[in-house]
Design a binder for this molecule. Sequence first.
Ligand code: ARG
Length: 552
Amino acid sequence: MDYRKIISGLINDPLVTADDIQIAAEGHGDYALPCFKYARELRKAPPAIAAEFASRIPDNDIVERAEVAGGYLNFSLKRETMVRETMREYSDFDGLRKANAGKTVCIDYSSINIAKPFHIGHLMSTAIGGSLYRIYKYLGWKAVGINHLGDWGTQFGKLLAAYNEWGDKTKKLTLGDMLSLYVRFTEESEKDPALAERGRTEFLKIERGDAEAVKTYELFKATTLEEVNKVYDRLGIKFDSYNGEAFYNDKMQPIIDELKAKGLTEVSDGALIVRLDDYGMPPCLIERSDGASLYATRDLAAAQYRADNYKFDKCLYVVATQQNLHFRQLFKVLELMGREWAKAMVHVQFGMVSYEGQPLSTRHGHVVFLSDVIENSVEKARRIIQDKNPDLSDKDGVAEKVGVGAVMFFALGTQRIKDVDFNYDKVLSFEGETAPYLQYTHARCESVIAKGGGRPETFEPSALTDDEAYAVVKMLSAFRDTVSEAAEKYEPSIIARYLIDLAQSYNRFYIANRVVTEDKTLTAARLALTAAVSDVLKEGLKLLLTDAPDRM
Ligand code: ARG
């Protein structure tokens, strides 16, 4: 039941919409309507407005009391009704899914660079994008996950030259080899212009499709993907497309032609640009003076390709804040080209990550590989589990879930625009606002349920109207809205915050009450509540790329 809608319906005033109704603060009933914003229109003080609204509410099955408190009107619902309805439908997403059926969202995320380290800086895009992918699917959308690979550019010529020069062709190439080859090339080519030249010729060869050069370039790509795929598998991350920058090599010309034909371009210092002065932005570079195309041009072609092929309703780019200008330019140019769908494109940006208090910089050699972070986290989780519960079966499986979950929750638990610092002790704490805390609460629920003889088939709602149980029910009733809101705001942290609040409210209930008692009616009701919490924690964590083990 949508209580906000019902309450606004009961007030029955054209000024009051369902969105005006808020969840009440602790101790102020269940829902609240702040009346301040109607004061001007109604020429009355907010408390008087609240009183007026209160007097209009007819007898009904939902609202027990409506009380004026300052400029607020607070609503207490009939607890039994609320409990019965919530427990019946808290996890029923059918309506939402039906409403979203047929909608498509493209999500460009992770989007790694070939032959470059897959480092902790990519964690955010990978986790936020991967989570949004699951959230949208959960809500009935068709989601298209796109790894827009950084697989084109002159650096591949350099790498190729280095590989031909120094590469050990007798053993299997690794990402680490490619990194050191590239570093060596950069160093030596500074002293040796002939080497630098060879880098350029090799790139030309790749561009012209020289069989040998392309074969090696493909090897670089395959080697990188093989290593990153291991991480993706471990995180349960999926993509529907790996079309990266190179894929658009032959798809840019029509865009460039159209930009010219529409008079949007200008030649400046030999480069082709779109001026964006009128929009307070520097020009968008379309073609360099040497004819090389640019990041932006590829993204224009990629956007067109996505619009044509996926007919998206939304197209998200989960990329760091640093690229904000790039995306504003991209969306503006598409708009100037008359693309209606440019309105449906969103830069889902996020802040910076530091590692144990240290800023990260690939350039200055402070690279922290994502695979190492995950491995360390799992290893530390294993030690904690060994310590806390040495007799646990499948300790490795549980350690994997806890270790991975801790890293995922780190990336997803904070509002994405904020900068975050990764710290093992913090993300692995069982007491903080962490994945292990949620996983532990879930496992506690499961063990209570097992002790009580399993999930009850029926129960008596009136047995859940005491304050602690009711507080939990209220949290459960917010699950669907929470998932929807997370999708609307592209903000998985909304789900993270919610799960923490739910777990805390359940733990308050658990501390105050015995679940399994002599009283069968009470036991069944409390078990049902416990099962509901357990299920929502599990489902919610899945949306945050985290598995919840039943025992830990
Ligand atoms: N590969 C780029 C980077 O690491 C991110 C690409 C983001 N997606 C895009 N369509 N531009 O910075």
